[in-house]
Design a protein. Sequence first.
Length: 151
Amino acid sequence: MAEEPATSSAGQWCLQRYYGELRDRFEEGFDPARSVLHSLDEFAPPRGCFLVIYADGRPVACGGFTPLGADAAYLKRMWVAPEARGLGMGRKLLSALEEKAQSFGHRFARLETHKALAEAQQLYRSSGYTEVEPFNAELYAHHWFEKRLNG
């Protein structure tokens, strides 16, 4: 796993595959320009973070966070390549993002997901996230989640 810019070649490779998958899975399609997170620069340090997981030297997962309010990290763009699913990569990525967010001083992690992403909803619930009222106007969200980070 490596912390690197979302604009890196590996980050871009993962995100383009992720966007393509969302376009296929969402009945309304997907356009990242219409999403709440308008710029990948929002993941840039010192306020944000973007992680890429590699397997056999190839990127297979990504995700990042930006600040949301005074005490929360907003997790976004979490994706695991289809060929790497079922290997615990999503849980590993989520845990690493939570640890990094906590090291930035965040007390909460917040995220949202689309109704079509049942496996993401299951991961979040099984990782201690609880469904909360919407905290943003994300066009592609149907479920909003929050978790208190230890510390």
